[in-house]
Design a binder for this molecule. Structure first.
Ligand SMILES: Cc1cc2nc3c(=O)[nH]c(=O)nc-3n(C[C@H](O)[C@H](O)[C@H](O)COP(=O)(O)OP(=O)(O)OC[C@H]3O[C@@H](n4cnc5c(N)ncnc54)[C@H](O)[C@@H]3O)c2cc1C
Length: 486
């Protein structure tokens, strides 16, 4: 069958590979002149920056695609496991390294925060339990169908429902289990991994640390961009045809069936269409005359990001690949995001890929991807908010690192929610589609198939099972299973 895919994001490329391995004739239409969507790169004045994602977990989902195609993943794509997952800094001078080795991390917690051994491991064991009880159900199956609900796994999870902490917020749960404010903040931050708010998101999201501290955090050789390159080349090797600079205008539907697309005013026929574009604009722009799932389209969007890509003419030995400079006003920071604004003391994330990929910055310099969580774009005055945030970030980093950072910036680019929306069509520039701030968030996401239009599928961060690279790759797996039943 001829299959048309709209969008060459991570999810779009992964489903292209899977569909072509199912024997379909696959074509991808991409609005940009490059693949990868949010996962792209750019270069300026001797510096290279990964533009979007910086944290890579669950690399086995990328490997799986190569194996499916009968290839050895390491011939095309390699990565290293991080021994220090992330460095954390607070205003009072505390600096903490989260080591991948939990024994070493516990020693660090004891030395820096006087947290007795066992506390971290208990917390990670709880995370593991939550993952083992629900991970396969919610992340690897089509939960919008009845079949997965009549399985042994669901029965087992139901019996242990009390262990899932669905009815507490992440913060309430962490506060109850941890007591130490800095360790609570450390665990609360995992809510931001899918653009959510730990003071509102359900305690079930405490499965997230399991990804980072059990499976591990990784860095792809050559930078995050090589995830995009690897998938793009794999798809091409397997016969997928990419059309760049091709913005799809409409999905053609006849008698309840997806029949093809309209691009550059031309009708192109397909037996099935898969949208990797955000589901909201897919309905509003490409399917204006069809019935819309309004309740799903109105679900709260995840947070977005404000990023300053700085070429820094100094190197900082106390920093690593991932660095967090925590706000002293964590609750207020999320309250500000909820109200559509930015707190004056935001938590700042600095990613420095040149720590591992030395050619990403000139010698003695570093490429700082400096990011804060911000609300999605709902028409705020960004031209006022951005310089204010820049100033607050610079003051904070300079305070904690004891150096005037502004004087060290030799090149600067900025990405804000408006530009994320413009470049990827993600509604409001939300990074992860819908937020997971409500208990039923998993069900508030669109399924990977359309109930009303036969032969129409959805794959990527705005639909089931959610945003982030690993979930987009799982989204492709679930969509491929649906497609095989068409
Ligand atoms: C700044 C930032 C930081 C992030 N950090 C992380 C991280 O550290 N770790 C992590 O795992 N995830 C992270 N994410 C999230 C992750 O990048 C996304 O969840 C994932 O890349 C989304 O992939 P996707 O398949 O949904 O497609 P997208 O990347 O959203 O791409 C969709 C594609 O569809 C194309 N398109 C849209 N409309 C049309 C149309 N009409 N016609 C043709 N093409 C169209 C777009 O041009 C785009 O290329 C981050 C995202 C951002 C922006």
């Amino acid at each position: 069958m001829k299959i048309g895919i709209i969008g060459a994001g991570i999810g779009g490329m992964a489903i292209a590979v899977r569909a072509s391995l199912q024997g379909h004739d696959v074509e991808v239409y991409e609005a940009n002149d490059f693949p990868g969507g949010k996962l792209s790169e750019f270069r300026t004045k001797g510096y290279r920056f990964d533009a979007g994602p910086s944290l890579f977990t669950m690399p086995q989902y990328v490997d799986e695609l190569f194996r499916l195609a009968g290839e050895n993943p390491s011939d095309y794509f390699s990565y290293e496991k991080l021994s220090t997952v992330c460095n954390y800094f607070w205003e009072d001078g505390t600096a903490l390294s989260a080591y991948a080795d939990t024994d070493k991390f516990e020693e660090e917690l004891l030395e820096k925060l006087l947290i007795p051994k066992g506390v971290l491991k208990d917390m990670l064991a709880d995370s593991r339990t939550k993952y083992e009880l629900t991970g396969r159900i919610f992340l690897e199956q089509p939960i919008h169908k009845l079949k997965p609900w009549f399985s042994k796994e669901v029965g087992k999870a139901m019996l242990k429902l009390y262990k899932l902490d669905i009815f507490k917020s992440m913060h309430q749960l962490n506060q109850k289990k941890l007591k130490h404010p800095k360790l609570i903040q450390f665990f609360d931050r995992f809510a931001t991994y899918n653009g959510s708010d730990p003071y509102r998101a359900s305690g079930i999201l405490n499965i997230i640390p399991h990804f980072e501290h059990h499976f591990g955090a990784f860095f792809p050789k050559g930078g995050m961009i090589n995830i995009t390159n690897a998938l793009h080349h794999l798809a091409v090797r397997n016969g997928v045809k990419f059309h760049f600079n091709k913005k799809v205008e409409k999905i053609r539907v006849e008698q309840g069936k997806a029949k093809g697309i309209i691009c550059d005013g031309e009708n192109i026929d397909f037996g099935a269409v898969i949208s990797n574009m955000d589901v909201l604009p897919t309905y509003k722009k490409l399917l204006p005359n069809e019935k819309h799932p309004e309740r799903i389209l109105k679900a709260e969007r995840s947070s977005s990001a404000l990023i300053f890509y700085w070429g820094i003419k100094q190197s900082f030995p106390q920093l690593d690949l991932h660095n967090i400079f925590f706000s002293d006003f964590y609750k207020e920071e999320f309250d500000a995001i909820k109200s559509g604004s930015i707190h004056h003391d935001p938590t700042v994330y600095v990613n420095i890929s040149s720590k591992l990929n030395l050619t990403d910055a000139p010698e003695g310099c570093e490429n700082w991807f400096t990011m804060i969580n911000v609300p999605h774009n709902s028409g705020q005055n960004w031209d006022k908010l951005i310089p204010e945030a820049r100033n607050n970030i610079l003051k904070k980093l300079s305070r904690i690192l004891g150096v005037n950072i502004e004087e060290l910036i030799e090149t600067e680019e900025i990405l804000d929610p408006r530009r994320i929306q413009l470049r990827t069509s993600s509604h409001g520039g939300a990074l992860y589609g819908t937020a997971s701030n409500s208990r039923n968030a998993a069900f508030a996401r669109h399924a990977n198939f359309s109930r009303n239009i036969k032969g129409l599928y959805f794959c990527g961060g705005s639909v089931h099972p959610g945003g982030g690279i690993p979930l987009c790759l799982l989204s492709a797996k679930i969509t491929a299973d649906e497609l095989s039943e068409f």
